[in-house]
Design a protein around this ligand. Structure first.
Ligand SMILES: Cc1cc2nc3c(=O)[nH]c(=O)nc-3n(C[C@H](O)[C@H](O)[C@H](O)COP(=O)(O)OP(=O)(O)OC[C@H]3O[C@@H](n4cnc5c(N)ncnc54)[C@H](O)[C@@H]3O)c2cc1C
Length: 103
């Protein structure tokens, strides 16, 4: 069972996932891939002179993948609720894409 569920796989969500996974906490990212970074271009971000936004997203994804983050791409989270033992030890994430519940 994953310990951290991150809703959103833009720069913020992937940054959060990077740090939790890096510290040995099992992490799952749910993402509908609507980040505006796909339409952006990075200029003079520290360490990056100029890079296409989608290329940057791919770099972030590769980085979190290397730490074992599970990414559920195309999965929209429609609700988070305590289940069984109660928040935060047990939880459920509901998705419209697959009508699934993650626990
Ligand atoms: C018009 C515009 C132009 C921009 N141009 C530039 C630029 O040229 N250069 C630049 O550096 N920055 C640019 N930005 C800024 C940049 O897009 C943001 O700073 C950045 O996207 C914020 O990252 P974030 O992770 O907080 O959110 P987002 O990038 O919005 O990521 C959120 C992610 O969560 C997903 N999501 C949302 N709800 C759910 C849900 N319920 N379940 C699952 N997934 C979900 C979305 O699909 C998305 O993939 C621009 C922004 C805008 C609006």
């Amino acid at each position: 069972m994953t310990h951290v569920a991150v809703v959103g796989g833009g720069p913020a969500g992937l940054s959060a996932a990077l740090f939790t996974a890096k510290n040995g906490i099992e992490t799952t990212v749910f993402d509908t891939d609507g980040t505006w970074v796909h339409n952006a271009h990075l200029f003079n971000y520290p360490g990056i002179g100029s890079q296409d936004g989608s290329a940057y997203v791919e770099t972030l994804r590769t980085q979190v993948d290397s730490f074992g983050v599970e990414r559920e791409q195309g999965v929209e989270v429609t609700g988070v609720s305590p289940a069984g033992g109660g928040w935060p030890t047990t939880w459920a994430v509901r998705s419209t894409a697959t009508s699934s519940t993650w626990t």
